[in-house]
Design a protein around this ligand. Structure first.
Ligand code: FMN
Length: 333
């Protein structure tokens, strides 16, 4: 048996499951593992230099025959990264934040599809008017940066109700087969999974960060604007850590007055210094006080207990989802 929804045909993917684009965790091995498992793998290009971003795309395409997407955050000028991605043959462009209107025709003319992550039904309506093909409704349980303060459960049906025939995909708080079926029941055509996939063998993040995720409870994250990224009003969800605790104990002071401001807490292998309050997450090869860095994770961390391969995660989620679905028939008479 399989779970097949309209987004599977639209994007030519086996399962209605998208890997959440995750800036600091975007590597060819990780993205291609998702694509090879039958989900949508997406490279988050952030503000990467153009040629570095092009190489990431080429290296990822060399590892999979399946479609992959590119994620562009519209807080920053993305014209050149978009043009380059289309040039490299990417047919799925996934925007976050901002207004995708100026880019939709260009992507459609290139034979591509446009996805947009939003956080309210008002934003969803605007995206549909702009011609977006798939809406991602991101609840504030989500890990990483969040565009809204509404939880997935009320957000998703509210968005489904205003977008007409445009498929909606649910993001935030989903980590297993139960979550997948719950999202479908609320009208979604699929799900986005971020935090759960960080706890995979293929995610090139530091082992300490993976351990923190699998040992976290659902109460261990916090919605905050603590880590500096140069993106005004961009709130995020991270695990509570020592940097957060000290800042909260100091009365949550504004930048400039935060405890340990500008202290160097970690380093990249090339010696590059990472100050406390940097937006960077602990990469696989970093050294230092990594626990004090930005440990992005959603409330779904409380549902993640084991580090597995991406293909095992997909097998588990999809087979559990099918069992949940057949179990539920017992409620019908
Ligand atoms: C480490 C991390 C980095 C993220 N970076 C991005 C990003 O660059 N672009 C984006 O659209 N979303 C980003 N997100 C949000 C995810 O794409 C997705 O909405 C979220 O992970 C879904 O919630 P979940 O973590 O509960 O699965 C990030 C999330 C995490 C955990």
């Amino acid at each position: 048996m399989s779970l097949h929804t309209p987004i599977c045909d639209l994007l030519k993917i086996k399962w209605p499951i998208f890997q959440g684009p995750m800036g600091g965790a975007t590597t060819p091995g990780f993205i291609s593992a998702v694509a090879n498992a039958g989900g949508l793998g997406t490279l988050a290009l952030g503000t990467r230099p153009l040629e570095e971003a092009r190489k990431l795309i080429k290296d990822t395409l060399a590892l999979t025959k399946n479609p992959i997407g590119v994620n562009l955050v519209l807080e920053w000028d993305q014209k050149e990264r978009l043009e380059m991605s289309l040039e490299e043959g990417i047919k799925i462009i996934w925007f976050f934040w901002g207004d995708p209107t100026p880019f939709v025709k260009q992507i459609h003319d290139a034979g591509g599809k446009v996805i947009h992550t939003i956080g309210s039904s008002e934003q969803a309506k605007k995206s549909v008017e702009a011609g977006v093909d798939i809406i991602v409704a991101q609840g504030w349980e989500a890990g990483g940066h969040i565009w809204g303060e509404v939880a997935t459960l009320p957000l998703l049906p509210a968005v489904v109700d205003v977008v007409g025939k445009v498929p909606v995909v649910a993001a935030g708080g989903i980590a297993d087969g139960r979550g997948l079926i719950a999202a479908l029941a609320l009208g979604a055509a699929g799900i986005v999974i971020g935090t759960r996939l960080l706890a995979s063998h293929e995610a090139e993040i530091h082992p300490m960060y993976k351990e923190k995720i699998i040992s976290a409870k659902e109460t261990d994250t916090v919605y905050n604007d603590l880590f500096d990224i140069g993106w005004p009003n961009s709130w995020m969800r991270t695990l509570k850590n020592s940097t957060y605790q000290k800042w909260a104990e100091a009365g949550s002071p504004k930048p400039g007055n935060r405890p340990g401001e500008n202290e160097i807490i970690a380093r990249l292998p090339n010696g590059k210094e990472i100050p406390r309050y940097s937006y960077m997450l602990p990469g696989a090869t970093m050294q230092g006080e990594l626990e004090a860095m930005a440990l992005y994770a959603g409330q779904s961390a409380g549902l993640v207990h084991e580090i597995k391969s991406i293909s095992d995660i997909f097998d588990e989620i999809t087979s559990d989802a099918l069992s949940v679905l057949s179990e539920m028939t017992k409620f019908t008479k």
